[in-house]
Design a protein around this ligand. Sequence first.
Ligand SMILES: Cc1cc2nc3c(=O)[nH]c(=O)nc-3n(C[C@H](O)[C@H](O)[C@H](O)COP(=O)(O)O)c2cc1C
Length: 336
Amino acid sequence: MGLVIGGISIDPPLVLAPMAGVTNHAFRVMCKRAGGCGLVSTEMFSAYAIKFRDPGTKTMIDWTEEERPVCAQVFGGDPDTVAIGAKALQDAGADLVDVNMGCPVPKVVRSGSGAALLKDLPRAKDILVAAREAVSVPLTVKMRLGWRQDEMVAVNLAQIAEKCGVDAITVHGRYATQSYSDKADWSAIAAVKRSVEIPVIANGDIATPEDALRAFEITGCDGLMIGRAARGDPWIFRRISHYLSTGEKLPEPTPVERLRAAIVHAELLCRIHGERRAAKEMRGHLVHYIKGVMGAASLRNRIMKTESMEELLQVLREALESLDESVAEQASAAKD
Ligand SMILES: Cc1cc2nc3c(=O)[nH]c(=O)nc-3n(C[C@H](O)[C@H](O)[C@H](O)COP(=O)(O)O)c2cc1C
């Protein structure tokens, strides 16, 4: 088993999913440092924003050497614009460029981008031809199964992509109209895998090492992509990778480890966003980091009431201190 995309080895074959508002530099670094993540994805970049030089988009081009290889994702509904976006991401140093053909968010679909392309395969093809011409780095496509349930186009689109010279495909096993309801259909992903020679990465509802093993078995895919399960748990890749190679389960992160990681994450966010924006974004991450931490409900309330990063870090440090004390007490009680 091994995942090689256009000559780039992705080892372990586990990919952090692109998640808008989540997978910026800080989060990618957390996953990378925790180990086991073979490839990180950026948030999606609007090709239109790149074309019209939106300065906000420029600040999202924030990857560093320690994250490599990095896959930068672009979305757009028009071939020339996507080509400009893809080329700009390559020029900014992306190791791979991915075209989004799965995002069902109305704002994205309205511009004919993302999942809208599942309803217009000729345009999807034109976009891939243009993107392929524009970049020399490996090119990938991330798609859902189709627009509407029972109208599966992923096999067709995967074959089109392969003919256009795309180097790998990621399939999220849901239809656009399903959003996140129902379970991801891994057997449908298997059908896509069987239909092409290029690597296929399976995505959707992989949340534990056992899920990962089953997803590999059912889909026959070359790699797995993990999104939501990594929120508040950047160690998920390491646990999955270890389980796949040894059959052994590593322990889940302890509450102390979770809180320590949350503090590091918050500090990294401050560096890229400044304190105000970092504090706002960090509240969203903390809901996940404090899952399973003793007194999570009251801790969450305290976190939500904080008004600055300084206050937020203070609450986290106090929570950590009280956990450290209770761990020390337990250890000494065990000795007695
Ligand atoms: C908050 C959030 C933001 C997302 N943003 C993107 C995105 O920018 N591009 C994309 O292709 N998919 C995006 N997705 C979809 C994920 O990449 C992934 O396909 C989906 O969450 C299913 O995988 P999972 O079950 O492992 O989370 C996003 C998902 C979430 C939860």
